[in-house]
Design a protein around this ligand. Structure first.
Ligand code: NI
Length: 173
């Protein structure tokens, strides 16, 4: 397994629309394993989408630990087929927008269809953190970042803050 480099804003590859996975082969399984490895290596991430590691494919991995037990799920070609009308607002962050958090409004509940790494079709209804996470990750597949849901001003502040952090990290090297 390999830990992959996570792209950060303003890398334009984060803005691309990813393509549908058509081959459920060993290559796909390797990519999923590498994505989980990268997610765990990040330390604080709960989800990762393939375009965040420069792979333009509709693949998402999520592990929301329940009572410290690992619960990894790989979503291939995930699609939200129902959004609840009821919304909620929660603080979100993203491995591609380091050290920035902001409140985003999302549907409280979503019904998702996807394929597992063997090409088997799955579906489930998600609430709470899982609902937020899958909406956030599927956005990545369409080139949308959580900061794109914010006002122009807040987005500008986020980008500005990251630029300063990058500058500081460079100076510390
Ligand atoms: Ni993200």
């Amino acid at each position: 397994m390999t830990t992959l480099e996570i792209l950060t804003i303003p890398d334009t590859r984060l803005k691309h629309k990813s393509t549908v996975v058509e081959s459920f082969d060993q290559n796909l399984k390797n990519t999923i394993n590498d994505m989980f490895e990268t997610l765990y290596a990040s330390g604080n991430g709960i989800g990762l989408a393939a375009p965040q590691v420069g792979i333009k494919k509709r693949i998402v991995v999520i592990d929301i630990k329940e009572e410290d037990a690992s619960n990894p799920i790989a979503f291939v070609n995930p699609r939200i087929i129902e959004f609840s009308e009821e919304k909620f607002i929660n603080e979100e962050g993203c491995l591609s927008v380091p050290e920035y958090f902001a409140e985003v409004e999302r549907s409280k509940q979503v019904k998702v269809e996807w394929y597992n790494d063997d090409g088997k079709k799955k579906s489930a209804t998600f609430n709470g953190l899982m609902s937020i996470c899958i909406q956030h990750e599927i956005d990545h597949l369409d080139g949308i970042l959580f900061i794109d849901h914010l006002s122009k001003l807040k987005r500008k502040l986020a980008i500005e803050k990251l630029r300063k952090i990058k500058k500081k990290n460079k100076a510390d090297e």
